[in-house]
Design a protein around this ligand. Structure first.
Ligand SMILES: Cc1cc2nc3c(=O)[nH]c(=O)nc-3n(C[C@H](O)[C@H](O)[C@H](O)COP(=O)(O)O)c2cc1C
Length: 132
């Protein structure tokens, strides 16, 4: 099974309403493709984990890459996993918009089952956003 983690920057003007639409579609598609993962949005940048069969991941990531609602995608981790780290979620979701503290706790809870490497990526991402 493959696990892919990437970060991207939201296109100007992307609203929380649009993110909710992305989430709804992602959850339906990912459930059908047996993909699990996490989407995190802080109002400016996305961070997403996708895990499942490699061909399903690649097909989904190809659609995601072509989506004009974000840009500057950078894959931060791509590795083979034995078991799902976000197995219960067709797409878990975390959002900030000024609730840094609460959000930090929420993301910590969401990534609890993840490997130290993936938790480290999230923690680095949150720290960078705090410093920005
Ligand atoms: C940040 C971001 C994350 C996304 N994540 C997913 C995802 O996990 N699964 C998915 O199917 N589509 C995801 N999408 C949406 C795809 O880019 C695309 O719009 C969608 O898969 C098209 O699905 P449809 O053919 O069913 O309309 C994401 C889009 C963005 C901007």
């Amino acid at each position: 099974m493959l696990q892919l983690v990437y970060v991207s920057t939201a296109a100007p003007g992307v609203s929380e309403r649009e993110v909710q639409q992305i989430l709804a579609r992602s959850r339906a598609n990912n459930a059908r493709n047996l993909l699990t993962g996490l989407l995190y949005f802080d109002g400016l940048r996305f961070m997403q984990v996708l895990e499942g069969a490699p061909d399903r991941i690649e097909a989904t990531y190809a659609r995601i890459t072509a989506d004009p609602r974000h840009r500057a995608l950078v894959v931060v981790s791509r590795r083979t996993i034995e078991a799902r780290e976000f197995g219960n979620w067709a797409m878990a979701y975390g959002l900030s918009f000024g609730e840094r503290q609460a959000l930090g706790n929420k993301v910590s809870a969401l990534v609890e089952g993840a490997s130290p490497a993936v938790r480290g990526i999230f923690e680095g991402f949150l720290a960078a956003r705090r410093a920005a």
